[in-house]
Design a protein around this ligand. Structure first.
Ligand code: PMP
Length: 350
């Protein structure tokens, strides 16, 4: 505490990211990173962008917006890019979600949402998932200004089909619906094809997970032009150059290597199914995940206790000490070898 703090700082309770261990040799299954490296083209593109570091990057990141637009079949001015999807989401809170009626999001969801609500003074309500941790559209039929959902949801991994998102959009034509698709490439259906028909839809994605670029910090949003303009206005009132030259070059290269992307996603999906089966065999209840992580609980052993015991044995997983989910572990799907080592350690603990 300091007398120099702005008043708002006293009341902030910041988001706590998963641990990034200093030592090597840890099996790191706690922050939903991709266990495989990014496309080799990324390093080549970054190396060639190095010769121009003297110059500011393109404040619009036009090459990247064009690469995203052509990959997703939208216009470049229907794309917004930011320093990780966390920044894109933060700007969305400020640019589009601050109204008198509350913003709705699930009670069990990405724990950054309440933090941004607090930071930007956005009024919000948490809508409980059902007992099976599923989202029921009927629960969102209540007064609100906007709805924000990760799909697949985090940390449950459970996804809604595109038809359900379309129904939500149809039921809320006057409300903005923001879908955070950080994990969509691991088997769920993207809502991007709905953008053409729905001016109240904003879809947010990231290159951190399926493109294996968490360290480069690139995320984006796709929506109709007025939504993108609102984000651009906030961004240009905050930081002209959120993406540096290396990030723009690397992200474009990653988006161009579709074969690499498809192959690594396929391997992760296969490992997820093997891991789910193995955890069920150890007695875990595993929620049906379409993400690159699984959310699982054991009927006899607490989540905090298991996470601590795994940590002692060099395996990091994520545990959230929050109501409803304190018995669960969120386990990132690693390589086949990492998953089988995790299962071996768990078997020895149970
Ligand atoms: N949305 C969800 C649901 C996430 O889990 C994460 C990763 N913590 C993000 C967005 C942000 O990812 P990034 O900033 O790396 O794009």
């Amino acid at each position: 505490m300091s007398r120099f703090w702005s008043p708002v700082v006293h009341t902030l309770s910041p988001y706590v990211p998963g641990e990034q261990p200093k030592q090597d040799g840890v099996i790191k299954l706690n922050t939903n990173e991709n266990p495989y490296p990014p496309s080799p083209r990324v390093a080549e593109a970054i190396a060639s962008a190095m010769s121009r570091l003297r110059l500011y990057p393109d404040p619009r990141a036009s090459l990247l917006r064009e690469a995203i637009a052509s990959r997703y079949g939208v216009a470049p001015d229907e794309v917004f890019v930011g320093n990780g999807s966390d920044e894109v989401l933060a700007h969305t809170f400020q640019a589009l979600l601050k109204h008198d009626a509350p913003l709705l999001f699930p009670d069990v969801t990405y724990s950054f949402f309440p933090v941004w609500s607090e930071l930007y003074g956005v009024s919000c309500e948490a809508v409980p998932l059902d007992a099976a941790m599923r989202l029921q559209l009927a629960d969102y039929r209540r007064p609100c200004s906007a709805i924000l959902l990760p799909n697949p949801n985090a940390p449950t991994g459970i996804a809604l089909p595109r038809a359900a998102i379309e129904q939500l959009l149809a039921e809320h034509p006057e409300q903005l619906v923001v879908i955070d698709e950080a994990y969509v490439d691991f088997g769920a259906e993207s809502a991007v094809p709905l953008v053409a028909r729905h001016d109240n839809l904003l879809v947010v994605q990231t290159l951190s997970k399926s493109r294996a670029l968490a360290g480069l910090r690139v995320g984006f949003a796709i929506g109709k032009r007025p939504l993108i303009e609102a984000l651009d206005r906030v961004k240009d009132s905050f930081n002209s150059y959120p993406l540096d030259r290396l990030a723009i070059a690397g992200a474009v290269a990653a988006l161009e290597d579709n074969a690499w992307f498809a192959e690594t996603c396929k391997r992760i999906i296969a490992s997820r199914e093997t891991l789910t089966h193995a955890l069920s065999g150890l007695g875990f209840e595993v929620l049906p995940s379409l993400a690159n992580f699984v959310f699982a609980r054991h009927p006899r052993r607490g989540g905090a206790e298991l996470a601590a015991a795994l940590r002692e044995r060099g395996v990091l997983v994520r545990h959230f000490g929050r109501p409803r989910i304190k018995d669960f572990l969120r386990i990132t799907v690693g390589t086949e070898d990492q998953c089988s080592r995790l299962v071996g350690v768990l078997r020895s603990l149970l």
